[in-house]
Design a protein around this ligand. Structure first.
Ligand code: FAD
Ligand code: EPU
Length: 342
């Protein structure tokens, strides 16, 4: 019933070496139920994984790792204006974005080329280029790890925020997401507000007539130019969240550092660019042993051969300490950290 637990191929985009107590790939709801029962009987925690592009895995995982491969794209409902789809958690996110555009279902273009699965997308409410997953979600369907019982949540119940949801808070590590319902538009409408995207669309002469396909192409090109490919330089995307700070602190920093990027959040809070803070603290392109900060984007930590969770986390701690000392800002790690030292 179990897959080989010691597979030599790391199942995470940072390519960190880790050993789980057990591992199973789940293709159906029946297999999922069996696996959850098996974990209960062996008193093991359950760790659902999609494509491992947002995790830092420590050397020992005292858990049953479930690789979620539940597939399927089902049309639940269609009106003149919208279509509602039920997507299996194991579907690849970017493949879904590409397919939905081909079908004439619009809205997801700004989220093209984000690695990972549909089931992981609600966990941190994936976002990019001025868009987040949240507004498209009508429901998230799941099973409790403890007994396999079903739980479906509406968008409101998901508690989505910036890189946040109920799945990282009150319900953290309790559920396996099986399907996500998404409502997409049948009339094309584009969102090109994000500055880098707007510049790219303008440069292509599409400022007044950009199509969803134009936005998709521009986002794919921007991402390829800016972010390292994990297959070549193992990474987990942004390693830290962009910090949300009190307005007073943002104003004080602007006075001291006139070039600092500051983005509005609400009347009391502002968002800073973690990449800028890290670059100004002198970390961009630095290496420490077998890990380092990418020379093209200061928010991306890369495993250059250390292959170890502790090495990456030690570098992250040094960056956090130096940014806190220079700017009085605490950076929060974005990927989820699992496991224990050997
Ligand atoms: P995994 O890494 O396998 O898991 C992530 C978390 O979700 C874990 O806590 C895991 O337990 C949980 N999980 C996974 N599947 C399930 C399930 N079915 N049920 C319950 N829990 C589950 N993110 C963005 O938001 N925006 C970006 O622009 C972006 N760019 C990236 C660029 C690169 C190069 C990389 C490597 C990552 C980037 N990310 C980005 C992060 C990542 O793509 C997303 O977080 C993605 O949703 C992770 O999907 P995954 O299947 O790999 O999840
Ligand atoms: N910047 C620097 N130095 C760098 C890189 C960027 O100073 O090395 C500055 C830029 O000049 C810009 C600002 O930082 O002013 C923001 O940079 P960018 O547009 O590249 O976006 P980001 O804030 O670093 C966020 C998300 C990404 C997402 C992009 C595009 C977070 C933590 N990260 O990055 O998401 O793809 O915007 O929307 O919110 C991820 O979550 O893994 C991820 C890659």
């Amino acid at each position: 019933m179990l897959d080989a637990p010691n597979s030599r191929q790391p199942r995470n985009s940072l390519r960190l070496q880790t050993q789980a107590k057990a591992l199973r790939t789940v293709h159906t709801l029946t297999e999922l139920k069996d696996a959850l029962t098996w974990a209960q009987n062996h008193a093991l925690a359950v760790l659902p994984l999609g494509e491992g592009s947002n995790v830092v895995l420590q050397p020992q995982l005292n858990a049953l790792v479930l690789v979620i491969k539940l597939l399927g794209r089902e049309k639940l409902n269609e009106t003149d204006g919208h279509v509602t789809l039920r997507i299996g958690a194991g579907e690849n996110w970017h493949a879904l974005v590409t397919w939905s555009l081909e079908q004439g279902y619009y809205g997801l273009e700004n989220l093209a080329l984000i690695p990972g699965t549909v089931g992981a997308a609600p966990i941190q409410n994936i976002g990019a280029y001025g868009c987040e997953l949240a507004p498209f979600v009508t429901a998230v369907h799941s099973r409790y790890c403890r007994d396999g019982s079903a739980l479906s949540l509406s968008r409101e119940e998901c508690g989505f925020g910036y890189r946040d949801s109920v799945f990282k808070q009150r319900l953290a590590d309790q559920l396996v997401i099986t399907h996500v319902d998404l409502q997409l538009a049948k009339q094309p409408a584009v969102n090109t507000q994000y500055p880098a995207l707007q510049s790219a669309i303008e440069a292509a002469g599409q400022a007044n007539n950009a199509t969803p396909q134009n936005v998709y192409d521009a986002v794919v090109a921007l991402r390829r130019a800016r972010l390292p490919d994990p297959a070549i330089e193992p990474n987990a995307g942004s390693f830290f969240k962009n910090p949300v700070v009190p307005q007073d602190l943002a104003v004080a920093l602007q006075q001291q550092y006139p070039g600092i990027p500051v983005f509005p959040v609400n009347q009391q809070q502002r968002k800073l660019a973690a990449a800028w803070l890290i670059e100004q603290a002198g970390w961009k392109g630095q290496r420490l042993g077998g890990v380092g900060i990418h020379s093209g984007h200061a928010l991306v930590l890369v495993n250059y051969g250390a292959n170890s969770g502790p090495a990456i986390l030690a570098l992250a701690a040094k960056i956090q300490a130096s940014v806190a000392q220079k700017f009085a800002v605490q950076l929060e790690i974005e990927p989820r950290i699992y496991g224990a030292l050997a």
